[in-house]
Ligand binder design. Structure first.
Ligand code: 13P
Length: 288
């Protein structure tokens, strides 16, 4: 199956009261692990690529070509969207050219009028190409690719202004944070989420910072219109813990343990397990 826009899968999720997982990829092993898990569980999936991860993988064209080839060779039949995560204006155009099926333009740090103007332009471009577009209002807290957000709550009126431009999905800051949540985290602001939902109506909402949010909060967020949840750190933690354990056990010194494919196998299994656990919570298993 060719890459698809995230529009249809998110509208189905919104209507069916579940969320599609966006899992960020960093290399071939992660991509393969996530695609295989989605296929095994018959779940739609979004592969997120940050600008830093794109650079690491030598560029967005490499990423798009790798994902497309992998879908074909692994015979993946569930819907897969390849999505730029927290894209700059230039990054969005690079991904459009490279063959992504979805982009996020993160203009949340810009003055609202500039965020609106650039988002509006990208709405027109992506619509013409049949791609989906995510916009952000209210910075998500924590650090991602060196960009530190404050974790503010979005202004529902600003959300409406951006949603009315015709984006496919909207990420609104509701106190969520990328990376691990601090012990004194106050939790998601459901008040903000409900106020945003009241203003934007049917627009599928996106919850960033999916690592470490308690299950009951995730379920409540879904009930209030969240249809896409992003997960990155949790896969990183699971991957590094499994790989470290493998090395510490000295397995890399035994038999063919020096084989990099074997060295990374436990990490890949850990990513698969994490993706499965998240999909169970999000309720998207069997929804492809
Ligand atoms: P976490 O790293 O907290 O899982 O957040 C991922 C994310 O929101 C990517 O945009």
């Amino acid at each position: 199956m060719a890459l698809v826009s995230a529009k249809e899968m998110l509208e189905k999720a919104r209507d069916g009261k579940y969320a599609v997982g966006q899992f960020n990829i960093n290399n071939l092993e992660w991509t393969k692990s996530i695609l295989q898990t989605a296929q095994e569980l018959n779940a739609p999936v979004i592969l997120g690529v940050s600008e830093g991860a794109g650079k690491y993988m030598t560029g967005f064209k490499t990423v798009a070509d790798m994902v497309k080839a992998m879908i074909e060779e692994l015979k993946i039949t569930v819907p897969v969207a390849l999505h730029l995560d927290h894209g700059t204006y230039d990054g969005c155009y690079k991904c459009i050219k490279a063959g992504f099926s979805s982009i996020m333009f993160d203009g949340s740090h810009l003055p609202i009028e500039e965020n609106i103007a650039k988002t509006k332009e990208l709405v027109a471009v992506t619509k013409q190409l049949g791609m989906s577009l995510e916009a952000e209002v209210g910075a998500i807290g924590g650090e991602e690719d060196g960009v530190v957000g404050k974790g503010e709550c979005a202004d529902p009126d600003e959300c409406k202004k951006i949603a009315d431009l015709g984006v496919t999905m909207l990420a609104a800051g509701i106190g969520n944070i990328h990376g691990k949540y601090p012990a004194n985290w106050e939790g998601l602001s459901f008040e903000t989420l409900a106020a945003v939902k009241a203003k934007v109506g049917d627009m599928p909402l996106v919850l960033h910072g999916g690592t470490g949010i308690p299950t009951d909060m995730i379920k409540k967020a879904i009930s209030l219109g969240v249809a896409k949840i992003n997960v990155n750190t949790e896969c990183q933690l699971a991957f590094q813990a499994a790989t470290r354990k493998y090395i510490e056990a000295g397995k890399d010194l035994q038999g063919k343990g020096f084989d990099p494919r074997k060295l990374l196998a436990d990490g890949c299994a850990a990513i698969k397990e994490t993706v499965k656990e998240k999909m169970e919570i999000f309720g998207c298993i069997g929804k492809a």
